[in-house]
Design a protein around this ligand. Structure first.
Ligand SMILES: [Ca+2]
Ligand SMILES: [Ca+2]
Length: 508
């Protein structure tokens, strides 16, 4: 009986060892290797060639990675000519961009990964779970050529932030409409909010001009951030050519005339806003949520890290219900060289690089090394991670040279609890996806490159003129629209419509 038990135990042990190898190993061949061209660390003193976590990923897959790592600041300039030459390229290549114009994928130099999904269980699962990303990665020919690197899209994006002590002092509710918001600004203008005895030194609102479209466009039903957007019926519009854009401009012109949008609004920068916070001079701003705690709130002497002084609130509504504009997820791409004599192993390695096990290593590292788990089962980074940046980055954390997916939980642990809660309550629920990134055909690319820059330049220049009143919205908006038509806005909308239609079809 005892002997039998020990045999069973030994067998169980042997099986568990076997399965530990078998689960993540992509080959049982000894000394197998894949070569890979990718970005090195953004920290110039860090070389990822021997990064511990990336070596662990390779070990788990039972391969060695032969790296060619290039400085990220010169990556595009270095790699583009290598790809153009097409000679002596490694098995796996991190692209210099997301190949939106299909320059590389239409040259045939990359393997059609969708034809290998039978040996890509991790990537198949990922694509199924992320239809938006799948649609973005589906080329015009219907094939998928790349695995993505992605960023956080629905958290810590640009949001409206208010000076909470001022709001309380004024006895006002958090404004949810444009009217309430303007009433709040007027109150700040008229009253001595910072209590220094001078009722006139307050600057009610401090917003960099690039954020005005994020802040006020949605209340008019406009995604001016993407420029092009699809309505509920899938019809594409150009936001700055819509009738509602006239109302948007009229609103901002009103703020400008009242002195609620400052005269120098086009040159205002983040440093100046930070300075205003330090001197308690301003009541509202709009910026990446990231700045809310560690930059803006931190400027106030009485900030103790438990409660926001400059804190995020829900978007403003007007004729339309407000929303925040999120971000497109795909920030980078990896493909397999179709001339490689090692295609199957390269495909399998990219697949393992997308696995949850590998992603966990990029984001968190290893228990005991980079993080600990508390009694509630939550992970926390260890102090050395923030104290010794070069060591931490040198481990290969966040893996700029791998198809890594940025994670919200790993971002949360870097921020105070109130900020995380603020993001979940007032930001995340209101995020709307921007116009998707869709691959362009050659004809589409040429139409876009012929007309888009001129359109954007004209729109930006006219926006300032209308807001500041150098041009009359009443008298000149029609001629503005006519000029947009002469700059071929309808051709551009046609291209974006075709792209959106392909995207929508790929989503199904
Ligand atoms: Ca005042
Ligand atoms: Ca004052």
């Amino acid at each position: 009986m005892k002997k039998l038990l020990s045999v069973v135990l030994a067998l169980a042990l042997a099986l568990s060892c076997l399965s530990a190898v078998a689960e993540s190993a992509i080959t049982d061949q000894e000394g197998a290797s894949v070569s890979m061209l990718a970005m090195n660390s953004w920290y110039s003193t860090v070389d990822l060639k021997d990064a511990y976590l990336l070596k662990k990923v390779a070990d788990n897959a039972n391969v060695t990675v032969e790296w060619t790592l290039i400085d990220p600041t010169t990556y595009s300039d270095t790699v583009s000519p290598m790809l153009a030459a097409g000679q002596d390229l490694p098995d796996i290549i991190q692209l210099p961009d997301t190949d939106n114009n299909m320059t590389y994928l239409s040259s045939g130099m990359f393997v059609k990964l969708d034809e290998h999904l039978d040996i890509m269980p991790n990537y198949s699962k990922y694509l199924e779970a992320n239809p938006f990303i799948k649609a973005s990665l589906t080329a015009v020919d219907g094939h998928i050529y790349y695995v993505p690197q992605t960023v956080v899209t629905n958290n810590y994006q640009p949001v409206l932030m208010l000076n909470m002590p001022w709001l309380e002092k004024a006895g006002l509710e958090v404004p949810t409409t444009l009217d309430d918001f303007v009433a709040m600004l007027r109150y700040y203008k008229e009253n001595d909010m910072n209590g220094n005895g001078d009722p006139n030194d307050e600057i009610p609102m401090s917003v960099q001009s690039a954020f005005l479209p994020y802040m006020f466009g949605p209340a008019f039903g406009l995604d001016l951030v993407s420029g092009f957007y699809a309505d509920d019926n899938g019809v594409v519009h150009y936001a700055a050519a819509e009738d509602a854009y006239k109302d948007y401009l009229t609103f901002l012109n009103g703020l400008y005339n009242e002195g609620l949008l400052e005269v120098e609004f086009t040159s205002l920068n983040r440093d100046q806003i930070t300075e205003r916070c330090a001197n308690d001079l301003t009541g509202a701003t709009f910026d990446f949520s990231w700045q809310m705690s560690n930059l803006y709130s931190a400027q106030y002497e009485n900030y103790d890290g438990t409660k926001g002084i400059i804190a995020g609130v829900a978007p403003l509504s007007g004729a339309h219900k407000g929303f925040y504009v999120g971000r497109n997820p795909v920030s980078g791409c990896f493909g397999v060289n179709s001339k490689s004599d090692n295609i199957e192993l390269a495909v399998k390695f990219l697949d393992y690089a997308m696995s949850e096990e590998a992603q966990d290593l990029y984001v968190w590292g290893e228990e005991g090394l980079t993080y600990e788990v508390d009694a509630d089962g939550n992970r926390h980074f260890l102090p050395r991670c923030t104290e010794d940046t070069i060591w931490y980055q040198g481990l290969g954390i966040n893996a700029p040279n791998m198809p890594s997916q940025q994670s919200t939980p790993a971002t949360d642990v870097l921020l105070p609890a109130w900020h995380v809660q603020n993001d979940r309550e007032f930001e995340e629920p209101y995020i709307r996806a921007p116009f998707p990134n869709v691959y362009s055909t050659t004809d589409e690319t040429s139409t876009i490159s012929m007309y888009l820059v001129d359109v954007q330049t004209y729109v930006d220049e006219r926006a300032v003129a209308f807001i500041c009143g150098y041009a009359s919205i009443e008298d000149e908006f029609d001629s503005y629209i006519a000029t947009l038509k002469s700059l071929q806005i309808d051709e551009l909308i046609k291209v974006k419509q075709a792209q959106y239609d392909r995207f929508a079809a790929a989503m199904k």
